[in-house]
Design a binder for this molecule. Sequence first.
Ligand SMILES: Cc1cc2nc3c(=O)[nH]c(=O)nc-3n(C[C@H](O)[C@H](O)[C@H](O)COP(=O)(O)OP(=O)(O)OC[C@H]3O[C@@H](n4cnc5c(N)ncnc54)[C@H](O)[C@@H]3O)c2cc1C
Length: 404
Amino acid sequence: MDFAFDERTERLRAELTEFLTEHVYPAEPVYAEQVANAADPWDAPPVLAELKAEARRRGLWNLFLPDERFGAGLGNLAYAPLAELTGRSPALAPEALNCSAPDTGNMELLAEFGTPEQRSQWLEPLLEGEIRSAFCMTEPEVASSDATNIATRIERDGDHYVINGRKWFSSGAMSPRCAVFIVMGKTDPDAERHRQQSMVLVPRDTPGVHVRRGLTVFGYTDGPHGGHAEIEFRDVRVPVANVLGGEGEGFAIAQARLGPGRIHHCMRLVGMAERALELMCRRVTERVAFGRPLAEQGVIGEWIAESRVRIEQARLLVLKTAWLMDTVGNRGAHTEIQAIKIATPAMAEWVIDKAIQAHGGAGVSQDFPLAMLWAQARMLRIADGPDEVHRMSLARRELRRYRN
Ligand SMILES: Cc1cc2nc3c(=O)[nH]c(=O)nc-3n(C[C@H](O)[C@H](O)[C@H](O)COP(=O)(O)OP(=O)(O)OC[C@H]3O[C@@H](n4cnc5c(N)ncnc54)[C@H](O)[C@@H]3O)c2cc1C
């Protein structure tokens, strides 16, 4: 077993660390000011475009895509420490590198299942960072953690599909730059349970698409990243050529999309926890209460030690999962993907919570990134599958080994 990264990964790590130090962290207050004074609360502030140009100039672009035809050609194991670094500044770094959800998952789908026409129309501008995209699966009316519940209808009418339904939490869709939605719905409600669903590409400007409102996450709009939209699809007509992967393939494609998406979140969560621990250590070394630096209060030392232990545990499991995905494929890594999706958000939530506590009032304020980091970690115990659903499925697979 070798715990060292290869030469290319180490080089990219050093380059990315330099980019973060020289450009991203100094841009955080600029970003906050531009967001506060933005004319359009759903559009990215100018500093993000500047960071994108600089990242691209440095070759730090589309690192997430293992397919060499489209991206950097890095495996999951090589991408893990890079995504972790971007998690240290989650509002800026992932998008600066064109490596932010949900576009990454949507690009992966188009790369894997898109026709040449679909790729040239949507994948190419996404890879260039010119447009954004949304993934519309979850619905307000049904328990969407069970994807077979999805009720949106996609009915064939000659050479077109007609779409009717309501979606919510479509991340990114409030952005004026979000040009295309990947919509999941039922094409054949009478088919076998996992063959009823299909995915279709819906250009944002199609008549009948109504973006109704942005939903908040613990009060955050996530506006500069395009928010989380509620969208109504009323008699929306798109050509049958817009189906992704084929009719009845929607469920299988959704599973394919969620594997890499989940591990990317976990990689970034390790970085979020590292940033929180660093902030905690700096703060408690500087501040004095009751005659001693906070760092010398026993309970704070315990938080710091426990944080280091939990981060290392989670990172190792994330790296093992990445290695498995590279070597035996996403299916072979199913149990580990679920394990990290359960363990990593909870780990990050715990570490960030302690960092907030150690900062006192400052920890919950806008002067530190901790409140935003906590909201992200907490949210990820629900998004991309709630903890309980992953536990149920993992237990089922574990128990299967004991049934004859
Ligand atoms: C910030 C954010 C961004 C998101 N982005 C997107 C996006 O871009 N596209 C998209 O389609 N969706 C997105 N989602 C939606 C997300 O994937 C869903 O919220 C999630 O899958 C849960 O579905 P639900 O909200 O319908 O909860 P429900 O299915 O109603 O479940 C509610 C709760 O019930 C419990 N539960 C469910 N099943 C079980 C079980 N078997 N055992 C025990 N308990 C159970 C869980 O605690 C769960 O949280 C996003 C969500 C958030 C919060």
